[in-house]
Design a protein around this ligand. Sequence first.
Ligand code: T1G
Length: 697
Amino acid sequence: MAALTELRRDGDVAVIVVDNPPVNALKHEVRVGLRDAFARANEDKSIAAIVLTCAGRTFIAGADITEFDKPPQSPGLSDLNADIEAIEKPMVAAIVGTALGGGLEITLACHFRIAAATARLGLPEIKLGLIPGAGGTQRLPRLVGLPKAMAMILSGDPIPAKDALALGLVDEVFEGDPAAAGVAFARRALAEKRPLKRVRDLGSKLEDVRAHPEKFNEIAAAHVKRARGLHAPAAALEALRWTLDVPMGEALDRERKAFMELRLGDQSEAQRHLFFAEREAAKVAGLSKDVKARDIRQVAVIGAGTMGGGISMNFANQGIPVTIVEAAEDALQRGLSVIEKNYQTSAARGALQQADVAKRMSLLKGTTDIAKAKDADLVIEAVFEDMAIKKDVFGKLDRIARSDAVLATNTSYLDVNEIARMTGRPQAVLGMHFFSPANVMRLLEIVRGAKTAPDVLATAVAVARRIGKVPVVVGVCHGFVGNRMLRARSIEAERLLLEGALPHEVDGALTEFGFPMGPFAMGDLAGLDVSWRMRKAQGSRAEIADALCERGRFGQKTKKGFYLYEEGSRVGRPDAEVEQLIVATSKRFGIARRPIDRKEIIERLIYPMINEGARILEEGVAQRSGDIDVIWIYGYGFPVWRGGPMFYADQTGLTHIRDRLAVLAKTSGDKRHEPAPLLSRLAAEGSTFSAASKKAA
Ligand code: T1G
């Protein structure tokens, strides 16, 4: 087997190359190879300088995350960093692609860092429920200052090479081959006798906060607010605070200890699960890698409403021209002005330049003539959620759209096959279900129709990635994966109200569990009339919610829903009128109200979702339990540190969930709560959803 590290000579400069595709992760073998290469290069008197770089498309993208479920093996990255810092020859890290996590940390132990213009550098550990564990929290602030280090470590987002140069994180930005650039830089450092400063010995960038420690709290305060329920952000802040007054050696040991505690914790396990589940979700069973996605150069969006506008922005943001078709001129102008307003809001926040706003708006062409969609490679229908209207649109699109166009519907629950049958080309039709606000929410539920062609599916997955979405491919059923499970939760939420709970108690339990908001606040935000219309179309009823709608209480848009909303406020407060309605409805149905505690509320909201998730897996509507987790985290605000509903079920134990559901089925008389066969089987076998999904793959 090819060595994963290699030591080459370029005259008196040693070039150490890591070659561990696809992302040069620092797996144990690589670390062993690096330790050996550093020792040989250091001991060899004929070597005057050392360059560390990588083969392939990226520099080291961090520790090997797959090793985190196993006991640590020596040497660790901290050992390698200590080796590097003991070397008294210029050590130059030459970065291409991404230097992330441990990949950036190893460069921080080097004397010099140079980066390709396209390179990105960051410490994304926080996204895995971790903190940098090999010196990142101590060395990065010494190079870029505490405020910037805090922003990089607490966001986990990488920065481009040009910003890294401006910050002093890298010493040079180069073009071309990294090894050659590294050797050239090393030679200049030797010729100019540049002092070999170790980052750990630097302190000038810390002086200001060391002199005014209160500044640390001010900077930290902004970050703490966003850390709801997460352990890692607080641990990262504490570690960063050690830069003020804890000796380096001691601080590195503490950082390592804090890192190991998080690594062994449930939250990081859940977030690591999500890391891999997100990448698995883009792999579609039966769709071979050779299926080529179609080239999408221009798009048409039918409907300039909230969804149509948000969807169009995704494409304009990537420089793709969009024709927006609306039935009436005033609705079109309204839609375009909402888009402009959204862009202006981003510009006001400094996230966009005015030139960007103008460029993006120039890519959006509005029309009331659907024939203008004839040149589009991809047409996305985002009209009112009504089957007849959607069928009419697809009938028209079938007549005017290019023969090789992909025709997508943004329906959030209607039958994609029925819509496809309105065309003579069902193979070109699929669902692309965006989530509101569509220009912000990262999830794209791609609904594969019975006749959807492989390259049409591959095109939708590729488009999703191109516009920065997380694609998950699902099958056709009512509500697909996300909304079907949401319905199970909504039904139970309404029951909890009838049996004794109040809206703020149910919402309080779910926000404590980690959701950004509960079912009733969410209903008020989305508009209670949306699901009311759907229930009426289906002939089903939600006693409380329907009664509120019959009173014209549609939520925030009418300042009244389950809650009351003051002018300009999005925070609802309990309303005695609603509570009276709930109590009266219980009485009308002869239900004796009782106190319901948070544990029961959570079980009754989450377990029926899990049960529906099991049915969805049985029916093959979702390929893997991880796909369901990705959908709920990126589309419905399921707390990332719980890993998603199916991962949470595995953590909680399927036997317990099966038994609680069986009790619920008996007490409620609702057959839907009877444990799904897959859940019962896995519980009986002592297995898990993720193990079953791996086995099925
Ligand atoms: N470990 C193991 N596998 C990894 C990996 C990693 N660090 N990074 C990527 N992969 C796999 C991934 O699962 C996929 O596998 C393939 O590589 C391609 O990835 C001590 C503790 C680098 C920006 O968090 O952000 O260092 O699906 O599809 O879109 O303080 O991968 O093909 O089988 O994502 O081009 C910190 C994680 C680790 C960076 C490339 N590092 N990686 O994106 O490809 S913790 C990270 C990424 C750490 C230290 C701590 C991205 C990428 P498969 P991909 P991509």
